[in-house]
Design a binder for this molecule. Sequence first.
Ligand code: MG
Ligand code: ZN
Length: 179
Amino acid sequence: MATPGKFVLLDRDGVINQRIPNGYVTSWDQFVFLPRALDGLRLLKQCGYTCLVVSNQACVGKGLITLEQLGEITRHFVDEIERHGGHIDGVYYCPHRMEDGCGCRKPEPGLLIEAQREHAFLFEETYLIGDTHTDCLAGERVGCRVLLLKDGQADGRAGLGRRIFADLYAAAEFIATAV
Ligand SMILES: [Mg+2]
Ligand SMILES: [Zn+2]
């Protein structure tokens, strides 16, 4: 049983693995871990944090990949994280396209709420690590502690009082030392 109150929500592409510019990861061989991401996930596990992934994957709704294929990629990366001493307790995807107008595609908070319902954490005690303004908005709407990775699509809007880190390991170190 995880310690109550120690949860981290993580975006996937641009946080754990490299984003594919103007595209999607549609097979395992396209999934490339970002530097120090595996170490960051291990550090979070060592500090007793439960890690959950919340990720938009419109590639499903666009027909570029099936849910089954997405599940295969998920199994691979979760296994790889486990091999490196980390652990992912849940993976939540929005498979919809922007024009579907769903409630789970970030910046909508639906995915975060789904994760919260299953794991019963308090949003205000939970960290969200993202690489885009969209991730930050979703986290801020439910009152998470938002950490933005500078690499990726961070732009002028990234300021806004958000804490910015170079990579997942740096964000994990901040969480590990925060009281
Ligand atoms: Mg991202
Ligand atoms: Zn959705």
